[in-house]
Ligand binder design. Structure first.
Ligand code: ADE
Length: 267
């Protein structure tokens, strides 16, 4: 798949594209990441990309013309003259929240344009008449959309077939849709992952849970699911509302609720 990233900081991406998963994904031909300098789509001597906001106020707003020109240069017509569908995502704190499900949907696209917002904002006509979607990576404000674009690209690229050595491993993820049908950690959709351990079995007096050393795969599977549910219940209880739990997991939640109610009475 191809990502076309529109940014005023093209050099920002050299580090993440030169390391780890995105480097491997590109080298293996699974993903092509093309970085476009927004200033190349300006038409004035100063290569101006921003201007003062109408109505006053602090800061600068990214102008619409260079962004429209940039996207239109990427959306080439097909030989029959029709314009192919092209997802254009504006990264901004005003967007809908980016979740694993959105990453899975994006991984099915052949091409996505990412627009990195900057400064105090982006002219609203970019959101309403150019972008097909507006996405936020979390309820905090970054200086611009570059980090958010990197987050989106890495989380989507690792889902592309062949990028991770083990084809099955994304299915084990917390939040993964496919996880619902798998054995192991995040067996139920929308739960946090269970804890993981490696050697040594004891480190500074901290022991790996005995069950993981037992070789009893049924018991290990049950332990992992219980841990995933318990962690989710403690740390992200709102996820349990949406999670598709099976009978075993529903029982774990019921036990946790009973335990909490009891300690409430005792306390
Ligand atoms: N730009 C600034 N903050 C952002 C956020 N939280 N998500 C996406 N893009 C952003």
């Amino acid at each position: 798949m191809t990502f076309d990233v529109i940014t005023i900081f093209p050099e920002f991406f050299s580090s993440i594209l030169g390391h780890g998963l995105l480097k491997r994904g590109s080298a293996g031909g699974h993903v092509s990441i093309r970085i476009h300098d927004l200033r190349d789509f300006t038409e004035d001597r100063h290569r101006t990309v921003d201007d003062r906001p109408f109505g006053g106020g602090p800061g600068m707003v990214l102008k619409p013309e260079p962004l429209f020109r940039a996207v239109e240069s990427l959306r080439q017509a097909t030989p029959d003259g029709s314009k192919p569908r092209l997802p254009v995502i504006l990264l901004s704190p005003q967007g809908r929240l980016f979740r694993q499900q959105a990453a899975e949907e994006m991984a099915r696209e052949s091409r996505i344009v990412l627009i990195c917002g900057r400064y105090e904002g982006v002219d609203e006509r970019v959101a309403t008449a150019l972008a097909t979607d507006e996405i936020s990576i979390g309820d905090y404000v970054l200086a611009g959309g570059e980090l958010a674009a990197a987050v989106v690209m890495e989380s989507v690229t690792r889902l592309l077939p062949g990028v991770l050595g083990n084809e099955d491993s994304p299915k084990q993820d917390s939040f993964s849709e496919a996880a619902a049908n798998e054995n192991g950690c995040s067996a139920a959709r929308g739960l946090l992952d269970c804890p993981h351990y490696t050697r040594p079995p004891e480190f500074r007096g901290l022991r790996v849970p005995e069950v993981l050393l037992s070789g009893d795969h049924g018991a290990i599977r049950r332990w992992r699911r219980r841990e995933a549910v318990t962690r989710t219940w403690r740390r992200r209880p709102e996820l349990l509302e949406q999670a598709a739990l099976d009978r075993e997991e529903i029982e774990v939640v019921a036990e946790l609720r009973q335990g909490a109610a009891r300690s409430g009475i005792e306390g």
